[in-house]
Write a protein that binds this ligand. Structure first.
Ligand SMILES: CC(=O)N[C@H]1[C@@H](OP(=O)(O)OP(=O)(O)OC[C@H]2O[C@@H](n3ccc(=O)[nH]c3=O)[C@H](O)[C@@H]2O)O[C@H](CO)[C@@H](O)[C@@H]1O[C@H](C)C(=O)N[C@@H](C)C(=O)N[C@H](CCC(=O)O)C(=O)O
Ligand SMILES: Nc1ncnc2c1ncn2[C@@H]1O[C@H](COP(=O)(O)OP(=O)(O)OP(=O)(O)O)[C@@H](O)[C@H]1O
Ligand SMILES: N[C@H](CCC[C@H](N)C(=O)O)C(=O)O
Ligand SMILES: [Mg+2]
Length: 504
């Protein structure tokens, strides 16, 4: 889905001066603008064009185009001002040169739209953001609040909207938040992706609390090193949250202790959760049941027993993090623990998609990192008496180094692995599969995802289970620039129907 990044006055919102948006133009020019756009193609008459340094090209290259479209103000950095010096010299335009133009844009967008839900929490980490944000939204709803979660699966809850990014760029983000507030939404749980944090996409949001799940390998195509990736995630606690904010850290998650330290050093009020003995909200016992798990949790000297209809220990971890965020945003512990049994699973996360006539279960999960593949497969073990089959692929135009590690995680934790395609995008699908196969040389290679699922389902005997990893809630397979309709849950049902003779 294309995200419209421009947003103007549209006749209802009065224009605002640059000063009102916290921006100072060179030479003191005081323009009154009618809208903001980060893409020159969305500029309209009277707009401010934010010319950002991109990963492919500097947005300043598009300043002449933006001026032709009617921009009367430009926000950029020193390099951008240099690039467009000629176009800017001859134009009647207010020029704002900021040291950190992305942060300036984030704050300007917040001021432009001027409203957000009163209570906001952001969740970061490699895996589990969507899950925690969705559980937190459900907890708030269970306690009677009008709430949304915002991220990979769009805006969900009491106000819905599709989104193209996990953390949208600031103009889209603040437009959505102000519309949600106008619809009476008081509580919002949002995801903070590492791209979003490093591009300052959420720097203008007023957050009460931040949550951290874990940090393992992903996105090393974008971040120069793992340390830089950690710093991007840590910036939720070290920059975005105000020092009066709260942090909830999953101590069981990789790098949890390091993240807690960062949050404490910033002076945040930190709540730690997990099985670790030093966790303040502590998981002291867990029993898996056929359809879920029962947790025993100790908090503030009281023990709570919580039954969850959720498969996978990691989902229990995510629920505790969400519960911690609910507590630090003002809810009472006994009320929070009382609504946890009502939580329902997140679409495409350990979702039981179909069951064969012989009883074998087929699960769809969004595992698209090495740790997630291992975690999801390990999570299935206590529920499976027979073999575990895994269908796995890796996305094109994403971290290449994670591919063999995903293959290895599948081989180590499943009994049969089928390597297939998952959004090859601009890359050659066969070479992505080859990279995965380096980590699981004994695996079967079936490029066509529908056929891979069919063959995996066919391999299931009584007591076996299948994990279809990587696409979760997605409804398309992106090959080149084309998105073909594709839904793992649907394909699982189709395969079962075909093999168990349930077709009409
Ligand atoms: C790597 C990345 O995050 N890129 C995002 C970034 O693009 P960029 O800055 O690199 O853009 P660029 O192509 O170099 O262009 C530079 C500037 O020129 C502007 N431009 C470009 C063309 C034009 O005609 N006119 C114009 O003004 C662009 O709007 C941009 O501001 O800013 C763009 C505008 O906001 C985003 O659309 C784009 O997301 C791309 C499409 C993307 O795929 N991002 C993914 C990787 C992403 O952000 N994912 C995260 C993480 C998901 C996870 O957790 O796994 C997410 O939050 O979704
Ligand atoms: N706490 C966790 N620890 C390890 N793995 C997890 C955890 N939570 C979720 N996962 C794995 O990660 C997958 C994605 O979960 P989820 O969508 O909640 O993560 P995310 O951080 O939002 O991902 P994205 O980066 O795509 O936004 C799940 O399907 C599961 O395989
Ligand atoms: N937010 C993740 C989603 C990956 C999902 C997987 N299906 C893929 O396409 O790699 C990303 O954009 O890297
Ligand atoms: Mg997500």
């Amino acid at each position: 889905m294309a995200e419209k990044t421009g947003m103007g006055a549209g006749g209802t919102i009065p224009g605002k001066s640059l000063t009102e948006l916290g921006l100072t133009a060179r030479g003191g020019a005081e323009a009154r603008i009618t809208g903001l756009a980060v893409d020159s193609r969305e500029v309209r008459t009277g707009y401010l064009f934010a010319a950002m340094p991109g990963t492919r090209i500097h947005g300043a290259e598009f300043i002449p185009a933006a001026l032709r479209m009617g921009a009367i103000a430009v926000l950029t950095d020193a390099e951008g001002a240099r690039i467009a010096a000629e176009a800017l010299a001859g134009a009647d335009v207010a020029l704002v040169v900021a040291e950190d133009p992305r942060q300036a844009l984030a704050c300007a967008a917040a001021l432009w739209f001027g409203a957000q839900p009163r209570i906001m929490a952001a969740v970061t980490g490699t895996n589990g953001k969507t899950s925690v944000a969705t559980f937190l939204r459900q907890i708030w709803q269970g306690l009677g609040h009008s709430a949304i979660n915002l991220g990979t699966t769009g805006v969900e809850g009491d106000f819905t909207m599709p989104l193209a990014h996990t953390t949208p760029e600031p103009i889209t983000l603040h437009r959505v938040l102000s519309e949600a507030a106008a619809h009476g939404i008081t509580h919002c749980a949002m995801e903070a992706s590492s791209h979003g944090l490093s591009q300052r996409r959420l720097d203008g949001v007023v957050l009460q609390a931040g949550g951290f799940t874990n940090l393992t390998q992903d996105h090393l195509d974008y971040h120069a090193s793992f340390a830089e990736y950690f710093d991007a995630k840590a910036s939720l606690f070290t920059r975005v949250l105000s020092p009066e904010g709260h942090a909830v850290i999953n101590l069981d998650g990789a790098r949890g202790a390091d993240m807690a330290l960062q949050a404490e050093e910033r002076g945040l009020d930190v709540l730690t959760v997990g099985e670790a003995p030093e966790a303040e909200m502590r998981l002291i016992g867990r029993r898996f049941t056929p359809g879920g798990q029962v947790l025993r949790v100790a908090f503030n000297g009281i023990e709570y027993q919580v039954g969850l209809d959720l498969i996978g220990g990691f989902q229990g971890e995510n629920v505790l993090l969400a519960a911690g965020l609910a507590l630090l945003t003002g809810e009472a512990p006994e009320e929070v623990f009382s609504v946890l049994p009502q939580l329902s699973g997140v679409r495409g996360r350990m979702q039981l998609a179909a069951t064969r006539d012989n009883g074998a279960g087929i699960y769809v999960d969004y595992a698209h990192t090495p740790d997630a593949v291992a975690t999801a497969l390990k999570a299935l073990r206590p529920h499976v008496m027979g073999r575990i089959v895994c269908v796995v692929g890796a996305g094109g135009d994403r971290d290449r180094t994670k591919r063999p590690l995903m293959g290895q995680a599948a081989a180590e934790n499943a009994d049969l692995v089928i390597v297939t395609d998952d959004n090859p995008r601009s890359e050659d699908p066969a070479s992505i599969r080859q990279a995965i196969l380096m980590g699981c040389p004994g695996a079967l290679e079936v490029g066509d995802r529908a056929e891979a699922i069919l063959r995996a389902v066919d391999a299931l005997g009584p007591g076996d289970a299948l994990l279809i990893a990587g696409k979760g809630h997605e409804t398309g397979q992106t090959v080149g620039d084309v998105v073909y309709p594709f839904d793992d849950v649907e394909q699982a049902s189709v395969a079962v129907a075909a093999l168990d003779g349930r077709l009409a």
